[in-house]
Structures are given as structure tokens and as C-alpha cells.
Design a protein around this ligand. Sequence first.
Ligand code: ADP
Length: 476
Amino acid sequence: MKARSLRFRMMVLFCLVVGGFLLSTCVIIYSIFARELRLELDRRLNEAGVPMVEDLAANPPDEDVFRLDLPDEYLELLDRAGQPLNMSRNWREHPIDVGPLRFPDDKPVFRTVEGATGPLRVELIPFVLVKSPVVLAIAGPTRDVDAVLGNFRKMLIILVPVGLLFMGAISAWYVGRSLRPVTELTRQAAQLAQSISDPRSLEIEAPRLATASEDELGKLATTFNELFARVIAVLRQLRQFVSDASHELRTPLSVLQGETELLLAERREPQEYQKALTVIHGQLRHLSRIVEGLFTLSMADAGQLKIAKDPLYMNEVLEEACEIAVPLGRVKGIRIEQDLERDVASIGDESFLRELFLVFLENAVKYSPPNSRIKVSLGRGTTSVSVRFEDQGIGITAEQLPHIFERFYRGAGPDGNDTRSGGLGLAIAQAIVKAHHGSIEVETEPGHGSVFTVNLPLASGSVSASPERPTPIVTR
Ligand code: ADP
């Protein structure tokens, strides 16, 4: 509908412009042609009149001039008061009123008057005849000129509408042709929009608008294609996220349901209640960790992760995280070795940083074989601090590596159930590091271990030499 009305408007505009141009061209040509014809008539009258005046002035009174009986040439000699002195026969038979005799600069004047047989062009030539100022009026019919102009007008009256119709047809064709790619693009885009709303379309490759041209329309199609590809990618991510999140939540929820149903089914011994409650407590912690993680990520997505800018000692925050991780490692006989530079003053959010370090420590424990070693080191550069977590674990394969920071992504681990973060750990770590304007590097060798290095800007200029000791907060 829109395209049609645009087409109509463009057509009308095209017709108006071309039609206006055609019409004004015809009017101009007609005026020039009419002027030229009249000038030609005046020239002819003048060419006939001037020799007569010369004759009369040379041989007065030369009556022969008035005896000439040319059907289309009327002659009259008048005094300057307008009184006729002599005239040709046809003038006498059809008297002509030539109007007032006024001669600016004493030069001949031309005018058109109404004669008995139709309009006449008259030339009035002032001259002196035997010392008396007289005027020779020579007139001729404008009939031929009017007939030619009349025919020309008739021709224009037919040609202009035909030309306009022709222009209309051409403009309809041209505008239609010019808008065809737009109409086609609109049709394809509508089809694509329709197919995107179809849930099955997310399974297939992103549909593409076809265009061969490299002009503005081609660029528009490319932009549309990019937009569609992004929309589809986001929709896929969203769908994946919802399915992963519900999957992650379903497991602890069904454990909780099973445990509570078991407890409620019949009266139990106190030890059984104790055991079941321990399981329930563990699952509830797991659930709340996932929910907290999702909340952190959604805040980070919205750019609303509230990161405190507190002065702190990075080595102390790292030590606290290691203290929490040591008992986890001990269960598997894993040693956590620390090589931390002292008094590394920086600025950041202590609890988020502790959470960040714990993600790497827990992963290192989780993906390392029993009785191995984890090495944590902290070094200070001129503008940043770097924290290294080195393990002797299973490493990460080349296929897994590009995905490890994705939400709910889990590579094959040594023990698939031992995932306290539910596949959100590295995604949260990345969000925290990003909020601190830092970066994460991974070096890994499958079967031999991994090294995760977190680089955080030092912000040393804004940290006082000796920041207030942050109160250790242990969240678990
Ligand atoms: P989770 O550990 O709960 O699976 P993460 O987001 O913390 O989720 O990690 C994503 C994936 O990255 C893990 O499933 C694992 O395959 C891989 N990974 C992370 N850290 C290590 C590590 N230190 N060694 C080997 N693989 C790791």
C-alpha cells in the first residue's frame, strides 16, 4: 500500500515536472514563432513602403503609387492631422482607421487594426512631402500569419495532451521499474519477518535478502541481512539460555521434591531427617548460587553491576579466596601454593573480586586430578596487576575453548555432577573482570593443565599508600 502510494506520488511528480516542462517549452516556442512571423510581416510592409516614400518624396505628386491595385496592399497618404490626401482603391472601398498619428523619434510605427476584411497590420511612415510633414500608411492582412499560428496552436492542442499521456505512461513504467527492487525488498523483508516469528526458523540458517546490486538498495539489503542475523543469533541465545537455565534449576528442584516427599511419606528416624535436611540444604545453596549468578549476569548485561571502587590490597583478597578454596582442594588431596607479591594496593570491589578468584580456584580444584598442585601467583606491573591460576588438570580442548565463557556451557569434566556454579562460573568471572576494565587470558594443554591469567588495572594513582584494611567477608 505504502509502496503503491509512493509510486503514485512519484508518478504525479514526474508527470508534473515533465508536463510543466513540455507545456512551458511549447508556450515559449509558440511565442517565438508568432513574434518571428509578425516581424517578417512588418519587414515585408517596410520593404514595400520605404521605396514608395522615396518615390513620393523624389517626384511629388506621384499619383501612380496609389493607382497600384494590389489586393493585399492598402495605401493611404495622410497629413499629420490625419486628413487623407490620397489612397489606393481598396482603401477607399474599405476605409481603415489607423488610429492616432504619434511618432516617437520620428520613426515608422507598426500596429494591428481591425479592417473590414479582417485584422490588418499597418505601418505608418512619417516623411516630408514638398515641405509638409505627411504620413504614408501601408497595410496588409495578417490572415496568413494568423492561419499559420492557428494551425500551430491546433497542432499543440493535440500534441501537448498526447505528449502528457505519453509522459504519464513513460513515468509509470520508469517509476515502477525504479521502485521494483524496493517493492521486492519489502516483500522479502516481510516474508523474513514472518519466518523469524516461526520457532522452527531459529533452527535453520538465518534467511537472507537477495540482491545483486551494489547500490543503496544493495547496502540496505546487506544491513537488513546483518540485522536479521543478529536478531536470530540473539533469539537463539535467549532460547538456549532459557532451556539451559530451566535444565539447571530442574535438577536441584527435583532432588528437593524427592527428598521432601520421602520425608513426608512416613515418620523417620532423627538421623534420616538430619541426612535429608543436609541434602536439602546443599541443593538450596546450589539453587541460590545459580539464581545469584543469573542476577549478577543480568545486572552486568544491563550495565548496572554496582562495582564498588574501594581501596584494597589485592594480595589480601586473593589470600582470603585461597583460604576458602584450600579445604575444597584438601578433599582431593590438592595443594594450593601461593606466590603473592605483598601490599599490592589497588581499587575495586572486594566481594566481587573474591568471587572472581574463587571461580578460578574452584575450577582448578574441580578439573584437577587428586594429589595435584595448583599454583596461584600475583604480580604487579606498572599499570596493572596480574593474577595467575595454574593447575595440572585435564586442560581444555580446542573445540571447548571458544565456548568456556558462555553461560551454562560445560565442557566434559572429570565429574559432571561436581559443578557448583552450574556452568555460570566463567561467564560471571568475565562480567566481573569487564566491570573492572580488565581482561582474562587462557593457556591450556589438554591432559596437562591450564593457566588462567586475570589482568586488572592497578589504578594506583587513586589509591592511598595505605588503604584502610577491608573487613574480611566470607560469603560461604
Ligand atoms: P562449570 O565449571 O560449572 O562447568 P564454568 O563456567 O566455570 O562452569 O566453566 C566452563 C567450562 O570451562 C567447564 O565446564 C570446563 O569444561 C572448562 N573449564 C573451566 N576451568 C577449567 C580448568 N581449570 N580446567 C579445565 N577446564 C576448565
